[in-house]
Design a protein around this ligand. Structure first.
Ligand code: DAT
Ligand code: MG
Length: 139
């Protein structure tokens, strides 16, 4: 995947709370273009693999359970400096620490149920995009 791309998921709490339209609108308003998007439910195996870097963390089981608890929206986004700019747009992991105007400040419930995922590097963005989308699903 090109390095001007990042990968995101709108997490189960964002879909439950009905905020997906507002979140996608905010993302587009900041200049990100959608290059792939799908509505899906992660299997336990998929969630475990996606978050494998956190396998030893105490919250891993809770994270996998939560991420498989309902549908998500997965997407690949394009913009100059996509990874860093999208991390800035989503805000800190814990919404209590997230800056005003960020997606997590506006819409996240808690550190665990934090509305949105954003890749942390170009390497992660490439891995995560390919994890969720076949080549002919990416534009
Ligand atoms: P981020 O999503 O900001 O990159 P991360 O990669 O450190 O954060 O963690 C991945 C996800 O795991 C995070 O979005 C929510 C969950 N998580 C992280 N730390 C947690 C904690 N202390 N308690 C519960 N869930 C946590
Ligand atoms: Mg992370």
């Amino acid at each position: 995947m090109a390095t001007n791309r990042t990968f995101t998921m709108l997490k189960p709490d964002a879909l439950e709370s009905g905020n997906t339209g507002k979140i996608i609108d905010l993302i587009l308003s900041k200049g990100f273009q959608i290059k792939a998007m799908k509505f899906t439910v992660l299997t336990e195996a998929q969630a475990k693999e996606f978050y494998i870097e956190h396998a030893e963390r105490p919250f891993y089981g809770e994270l996998v359970e939560y991420m498989t608890s309902g549908p998500i929206i997965a997407a690949i986004l394009e913009k100059d400096n996509a990874v860093a700019d999208f991390r800035a747009l989503i805000g800190a992991t814990d919404p209590a620490e997230a800056a005003e105007g960020t997606i997590r400040k506006l819409y996240a419930e808690s550190k665990g149920r934090n509305a949105v995922h954003g890749s942390d590097s170009d390497e992660s963005a490439a891995r995560e995009g390919v994890f969720h989308f076949a080549a002919n699903e990416i534009f």
